[in-house]
Design a binder for this molecule. Sequence first.
Ligand code: NAD
Ligand code: ZN
Length: 379
Amino acid sequence: MLATTYRRPYKVRAEHVAEPKIEHPNDAIVKVSRTCICGSDLHLYHGLVPDTRVGTIFGHEFCGIVTEVGSSVQNLQVGDHVIVPFNIACGSCYFCQRELYGNCHNTNPEATAVGGIFGYSHTTGGYHGGQAEYVRVPFADIGPTKIPEGMHIEDAVLLTDVVPTGYQAAEMGDIKEGDTVVVFGAGPVGILAARSAWLMGAGRVIVVDHVEYRLDFVAKWAPAEVINFKEIDDMVLHLKKITDWLGPDVCIDAVGGEADGSLWQSITGVRMKLQAGAATAAMWAINSVRKGGNISIVGVYGPTVNAIPLGNAVNKGLTIRANQASVKRHLPRLIEHVMAGRIKPREIITHRVPLEDVEDAYNMFSGKKEGCIKPILIP
Ligand code: NAD
Ligand code: ZN
């Protein structure tokens, strides 16, 4: 089958590999119908995630049709059309029982923080991903959710990650009626966080980025006030100024580590890029939010990041929450929002690319070219 494999930083390719097989009675095999490239894939692509092995199949955002199930699978049948959350979760550990599917204890033996994730290096369990024609889905009774009748396949695929992640970003901000919410990052996650902020009662939503076409899009789509940070001398001062000098009530980091670091550091024995400047959004968030305000971080970072103003966080009495999204927890509510048209995810899709042209798609998304917001791949 054709699959997107990792070669080296800034190099993936579509190549022919063996089809996945059932390896455990609770596995299913899914024939991928649509799969996306995510901002999280860019961290892998930029070589920022340790232990990303050559030949790993990328892709954690995919939906498709079940073609085979293991002998113990009860909830799925061959032919079911499913949304597959990016988290691989066992459903029974301490964390899964508390619906913290993103922190599952049993699906990632290598680490203590995050659970298993499809196609996301050996730091998240070393599973192959779904930017391919077929994918093996472990714990198939837990994650996969049937696509409701009448739901567009392009809405379904965005429910595997960016819609729930944007929603959880807003939820972790604990938005109160009338709050001013600032979202850093106008990528897919930030756009969905801005939209979700309205659904949670925000009174004002402001999005910060420096990519003009993304700001134009989110201004109309969320909708939101927008700020191009390249045009602002002092972002913290500016955000204070436009919020009666109090600061926003809630700040959301939907940026994470950027690939502009030129420093290197050894972490867990692997030499990796230290994400210099990567904490800019988190720093702006902590320094600008009002005293007693809330910070929500869904941007993905390497293990260590410098220049986080923790002293300010303490002195201002901030609440800081951060996590990988627990996709499954949000699906029932988000399916309702999508079916009712309160969120129209597929409107963020800008490019539909055949899987064989995946190199071009990564290049375009990474380089923010041609108005690219969310590219999807068609196997
Ligand atoms: P993306 O790369 O498309 O978007 C990131 C945006 O941030 C870009 O438009 C970029 O121009 C902008 N940006 C860069 N520096 C900035 C700054 N200092 N201030 C404001 N904006 C800045 O990525 P995406 O798909 O939207 O994902 C965003 C982040 O969320 C990534 O770090 C991704 O890994 C992470 N993510 C987390 C989860 C989770 O479960 N926590 C899930 C999906 C994605
Ligand atoms: Zn993703």
